[in-house]
Design a protein around this ligand. Structure first.
Ligand SMILES: [Zn+2]
Length: 310
């Protein structure tokens, strides 16, 4: 099931319709927005025996195999930590005829994890593609890919879904509607990220602290700022919270955001205050705190924030 991928979907469908499916696709975009789900949908469509106007038929033998996760001609390769000998071995198996039909789809997941040596090795496969192989690369950060690789792939930059689509997606994954709405308001419309977060209580509690800090600062409540800071344990957590707080503050200056703490800051603080605060938080986030005793680090943070508020 795809949520909020209408443009990307139409683009791929039109390629299939006109018989111009590229040998290599690159799906790039922020982690968590649905590149893996979309790549699976593409693979299913490319191999479907009776594709419809809206996508794969969902009924043919190929679609059934894909749904059960047992399609022999859809291959996933996790690129993180892949070694050259492993890649060589894998690519050799792809020189053979596909098992079921005419076509095989090979998905390189998180392709930013491929070292330049591995990317160079793959260049040849993409350059002189076998008529039986289609490649899909998913990538969170295209800056990690060689320009020579990118230029040989049809590049689709995937966007975050709308808030509504994200909520529908989360509900589809079993979250109740109120919770889904709350999560999207707090963390933005990134379904993968939210689903990962709900299983990570420590992270949730850190984000809650970021939001509490943002509210305390926006209310010029110095006592509360100190109280929250004192409750944070561990230098890494302090640094994380300051960096997130900086990002909230910077967002409140530069873009329309769906995040509630960003909007709260916007409502309560003048632009001038937010500007000064962003500057201070930016400086503080550049410190990793390793040279400070934890308590001195906290005092330094609260002092810098108070200087802005007064
Ligand atoms: Zn089908």
């Amino acid at each position: 099931m795809l949520f909020g991928k209408d443009n990307e979907k139409q683009l791929i469908l039109s390629m299939v319709k006109s018989g111009s499916v590229p040998h290599g696709l690159l799906l790039s975009g922020e982690k968590g927005i649905g590149k893996r789900v979309f790549s699976k949908w593409c693979a299913k469509l490319f191999l479907c025996e009776n594709p419809t106007e809206n996508g794969p038929c969902d009924e043919c033998l190929s679609c059934t195999k894909q749904k059960s996760g047992n399609h022999p001609d859809i291959v996933y390769i996790e690129c993180e930590k892949l070694r050259i000998d492993e890649l060589r071995e894998i690519m050799t198996t792809f020189s053979y005829y596909p098992q079921d039909g005419e076509l095989r789809v090979i998905i390189f997941e998180n392709s930013e994890g491929l070292t330049p040596i591995l990317q160079n090795y793959l260049l040849k496969a993409i350059e002189e593609p076998s008529p039986h192989n289609r490649y899909i690369f998913t990538c969170n950060d295209v800056r990690q890919l060689l320009p020579t690789i990118i230029s040989r792939l049809v590049h689709i930059r995937m966007q975050r879904p709308s808030e509504d689509d994200c909520i529908r997606c989360l509900c589809h994954c079993g979250m109740d509607n109120d919770k889904a709405e709350e999560m999207v308001k707090s963390y933005g419309a990134n379904p993968g990220y939210i689903l990962q977060l709900v299983n990570d209580e420590e992270k949730i509690s850190l984000y809650k602290t970021v939001s509490d800090m943002a509210y305390a600062i926006a209310n010029y409540n110095e006592y509360e700022v100190v109280r929250i800071l004192n409750g944070i344990k561990g230098r890494d957590n302090i640094v994380f919270i300051i960096r997130e707080l900086y990002s909230c503050c910077a967002k409140s200056l530069t873009e329309d955001s769906e995040l509630s703490c960003v909007n709260y800051m916007k409502d309560k603080m003048t632009q001038r205050y937010r500007f000064d605060l962003a500057k201070v938080l930016g400086e503080l986030s550049a410190l990793d705190g390793v040279n400070f005793n934890e308590n001195i680090f906290k005092v330094r943070i609260s002092t810098a924030i108070f200087d802005v508020l007064n």
